[in-house]
Write a protein of this length. Structure first.
Length: 297
């Protein structure tokens, strides 16, 4: 059985000092991973430079994204940026990547929001480019979306054969891709095709359990399973601005009750369903969640 791992999504800080203090706080509390989201709209730092700054302020904390939008960067450029982060952090990069989904990002930047199937095909091809460029020697790729000609990437990442990739998603096609290509899968609610938010029809315990079964069936070998904690503490109004969490109460995405209740619920999901990597979605919940991390990590 895998040990528990805990991550926290952190979005912003007013200064370099404040950002470094947040990173050191996570490291000192027992969190394993600091994660930065990737959206063009809203008050969020850019993920790669923010994680480089966090790397300079810490020694153990792993550095992740929840998650990079594939449509925002060519995978050859992203491969170089992530390899550089891995080198400068002494092998602590743990990137998460997805198709890109939020319609507001695309509209604000004047980017076309292609249908989900196209974005998924592009992501699959981008993963092949990332892995190829992180391998030894030069790499060539001729695909429907990307073309790379004999590129010998420098630097190569410290972690071999590559930094562990996380994929997050809730749709069957994306989850099958994640099962084949990722080291870790973050189980989420499926997103509506128009990018307006999560699909309200995809909530509930049965849907969550079906996603676990799908990933386990599709994975060629052992894979880390996890999810994001969207609501913590006493029952209250929906904590995630894009979704009503009321239908998720039976899943580990919503953790109500006392510290003892929450710890027991996480132990249950680890023992019975193999979920071991839990990501705190709101940094405002850090104070409440820190004692649970210290107990379980």
């Amino acid at each position: 059985m895998r040990p528990f791992r805990f991550g926290a999504v952190v979005r912003q800080a007013d200064s370099a000092k404040a950002w470094a203090e947040q990173a050191r706080r996570l490291e000192g509390t027992g969190f394993d991973v600091m994660l930065v989201p990737d959206h063009l709209v809203g008050e969020r730092l850019a993920p790669i430079p923010a994680l480089a700054a966090a790397a300079a302020a810490t020694t153990r904390l792993r550095l992740g994204t929840m998650v990079l939008a594939n449509d925002f960067r060519h995978p050859a450029a992203l491969a170089k940026e992530l390899a550089t982060l891995d080198v400068l952090s002494d092998g602590r990069a743990e990137p998460g990547i997805g198709t890109g989904w939020m319609a507001g990002d695309y509209a604000a930047a004047g980017l076309p929001l292609d249908p989900p199937g196209v974005r998924l095909e592009r992501l699959a091809e981008a993963l092949a480019v990332l892995k190829g460029l992180w391998g030894e020697g030069s790499f060539t790729h001729h695909g429907a979306h990307y073309r790379v000609e004999g590129l010998d990437l420098y630097p190569k990442p410290v972690q071999r054969p590559r930094p562990p990739l996380l994929l997050a998603g809730g749709g069957p096609r994306l989850l099958r891709l994640a099962a084949r290509e990722a080291a870790s899968v973050n189980l989420t609610t499926r997103v509506l095709p128009d990018g307006s938010g999560p699909d309200p029809a995809d909530g509930g315990l049965d849907a969550f359990l079906a996603k676990i079964a799908l990933v386990e069936d599709a994975a060629p070998g052992p894979i880390e399973l996890g999810t994001s904690i969207l609501e913590l503490g006493e029952a209250k109004a929906a904590a995630w601005s894009h979704a009503d969490t009321s239908g998720l109460a039976a899943t580990p995405q919503v953790l109500h009750g006392t510290r003892h209740d929450i710890s027991d619920k996480l132990r249950h999901w680890r023992a019975e369903h193999g979920l071991t990597y839990f990501v705190l979605h709101h940094d405002r919940d850090l104070d409440a969640f820190a004692p649970i991390v210290e107990e379980l990590a």
